[in-house]
Ligand binder design. Structure first.
Ligand SMILES: NC(=O)c1ccc[n+]([C@@H]2O[C@H](COP(=O)([O-])OP(=O)(O)OC[C@H]3O[C@@H](n4cnc5c(N)ncnc54)[C@H](OP(=O)(O)O)[C@@H]3O)[C@@H](O)[C@H]2O)c1
Length: 235
């Protein structure tokens, strides 16, 4: 008999969570139950899954009782706090945040590139940053055929990469510019940064905050995650 899985999505109300739900709806993963988790802010709101309403619940350690697969996309600090609680309760965690990506005992997996690494998990499986995933999926066949010495990368990223608040900011600023009103910037290029710039009718040459070496964390993620991922590729 086909095993059915109890699945939880942490950060279900976010920009990424919305896409995870769509992917789960379209996948043939045999799902018995689905749980949508968020912060207290969205708890009690209703989302839908395959045409049926699902009430969003606040994510707590107890949320993961009897869950088989927990997909986390609510920020690194939430994964740090709740992923071990989910594993403790028997779930396999797929973590979409950066929190566990470079951890020694956590495989960093892009299925088209190094699905074998999935066998090495101890409860948590990480996936790389979105730009890294796309890049290594395209580069891996070339690496296998010819080898690679060096990769020079430029990315052009949508505001949606910075979450729902960034999408709202672009919308509000665009309206303000078109109405000839003052523009307020509070989120982009990174909510965690001290300085913010207008994104409407603009392109900001910065993704994430700068590290001490003047590279941004996004740039570091692409370099480090590609190397870790590459190290686990099939020869
Ligand atoms: N791997 C990748 O390629 C990639 C790309 C983009 C983002 N990400 C990761 O995905 C995360 C979410 O990104 P996003 O763009 O979806 O952000 P977002 O639109 O701001 O959504 C954040 C989500 O996290 C939930 N959340 C916030 N605080 C929480 C808490 N204390 N407990 C439980 N849930 C909480 C929010 O719930 P409420 O609705 O209640 O606020 C919301 O569902 C990011 O932080 C990043 O780590 C990964």
């Amino acid at each position: 008999m086909t095993k059915l899985y109890n699945v939880a999505v942490v950060g279900a109300t976010g920009a990424v969570g919305e896409q995870i739900i769509l992917q789960l709806e379209q996948s043939d993963l045999p799902i018995a139950t689905i749980k949508f988790l968020s912060s207290p802010r969205s708890a009690g709101s209703t989302l839908s899954f395959k045409g049926k309403p699902v009430i969003v619940e606040e994510a707590t350690p107890e949320s993961f009782t009897a869950i088989d697969i927990a997909i986390f996309s609510a920020g690194g600090s939430i994964s740090a706090e709740l992923a071990p609680e989910a594993v403790k309760r028997g779930a396999i965690v797929i973590d979409n945040t950066s929190h566990y990506r470079m951890a020694e005992d956590v495989p960093l997996v892009v299925p088209e590139v190094n699905e074998d690494a999935l066998r090495q998990h101890h409860g948590i499986i990480a996936n790389p940053n979105c730009s890294t995933i796309q890049m290594v999926a395209a580069l891996e066949p070339i690496r296998q055929q010819y080898g690679l010495k060096r990769v020079i990368v430029s990315t052009y990223q949508a505001v949606s990469g910075a979450g729902n608040l960034a999408i709202d900011e672009l919308y509000t600023q665009t309206q303000a510019v078109l109405n000839n009103e003052p523009v307020e910037a509070t989120i982009l290029p990174s909510a965690g940064d001290k300085k913010h710039y207008q994104i409407a009718f603009n392109a900001i040459p910065q993704i994430d905050v700068f590290g001490e070496d003047d590279y941004t964390y996004e740039e570091h993620k692409m370099i480090n995650e590609t190397k870790k991922n590459h190290g686990r590729c099939k020869p």
